[in-house]
Design a protein around this ligand. Structure first.
Ligand SMILES: [Mn+2]
Length: 316
């Protein structure tokens, strides 16, 4: 019998995974999210992946947290745009470097503004890849429509080229993916400007209503059929842990009740693993300072499970 996790990847040659630590949190205003990579690494994710037969490399981004002396011109409208932009450029270069070696990457955040870096890097190295965004929020505000000015709510609009004009700090970000290759699962807190963009551009989105109505199996099938028919594209899975219900993931900055159950998020990871197309996984928005010890451990253990399950750990 052949174990699924030993079947060949459709796009990558070896079994190499780079765990990239991204301790950065200026895409939002709550302290603590930058500490998550240490906690997640300490849970043993490197050993988990080694047990699954991968060669694992742990990678840092030099000067990721080095803040610019002054903020950029858009700082009246956005929170720390130059800092976020600088960090994302540094992260993007490191992620693209790892992907160029033929490795899969796990991007361990940090907040979801890092999505600017992860999507830019993945699209540069795997330009046909699709993006499955698992989140309570759509993160598709433009700098103009953002009610908070927090850039963790804007990464998708920047990589899709919907931010017009592009804030000068983000002129380096290419429009690198089109709406036909992006899908969402888990939405339940979407701003008015975001709702307009999702509908206007026909982006396939599956809210918690759809998860209730069709079940997670059918929802993942529909999402992947829309963005990766016949598994001909590499897949980038971006998991914001706030997609999961706050009862098991309380240690995160923007909790919204009515989220995915543990089995539903695991099912998504299992289904993506089965496609043998995963080239990049983001795990973001764990904030160990926002819960008690028990809540923090529960949150970290979900993050750990997301990683090992996406890379092929099976129930039996
Ligand atoms: Mn998010």
């Amino acid at each position: 019998m052949t174990l699924l996790n030993y079947l060949d990847h459709r796009f990558l040659g070896g079994r190499n995974v780079s765990l990239i630590k991204l301790p950065f949190g200026a895409g939002q205003k709550k302290a603590g999210v930058e500490e998550a990579p240490e906690y997640i690494m300490n849970s043993g994710v490197d050993k988990d992946l080694k047990k699954l037969g991968y060669n694992v490399e742990v990678v840092d981004v030099p000067e990721l947290k080095k803040a610019p002396a002054e903020e950029g011109p858009s700082s009246k409208q956005l929170y720390r745009p130059l800092y976020v932009s600088t960090a994302c450029q540094r992260a993007k270069n490191v992620i693209a470097g790892e992907l160029s070696k033929g490795s899969a990457v796990v991007n361990i955040g940090g907040d979801h503004s890092l999505g600017i870096a992860t999507v830019s890097a993945v699209q540069e190295v795997h330009p046909t890849s699709c993006l499955l965004w698992i989140d309570a929020h759509a993160d598709i505000n433009t700098p103009d429509s953002s009610p908070s000015g927090n850039l963790h709510g804007c990464p998708v609009s920047l990589v899709l080229g919907y931010a017009k004009p592009v804030p000068p700090e983000f002129e380096w970000v290419k429009t690198c993916i089109d709406s036909g290759r992006v899908a969402y699962i888990g939405l339940r807190d979407v701003d008015p400007g975001e709702r307009m963009l999702l509908r206007q551009h026909n982006i396939p989105f599956f809210t918690m209503h759809h998860v209730d109505k069709y079940g997670i199996g059918r929802v993942v099938e529909m999402a992947m059929a829309a963005i990766n028919p016949d598994n001909l594209r590499p897949t980038h899975l971006s998991v914001d842990v706030d997609s999961v219900d706050p009862s098991i993931v309380p240690a995160t900055g923007t909790r919204v009740k009515g989220g995915l159950t543990f089995r539903e998020i695991m099912y998504i990871c299992e289904a993506v693993a089965e496609t043998r197309t995963l080239v990049a996984l983001d795990v973001v928005e764990v904030n160990p300072l926002l819960s008690d010890k028990e809540g923090c451990e529960s949150t970290i253990s979900v993050a750990r499970s997301v990683i090992r399950t996406s890379f092929g750990l099976q129930l039996v």
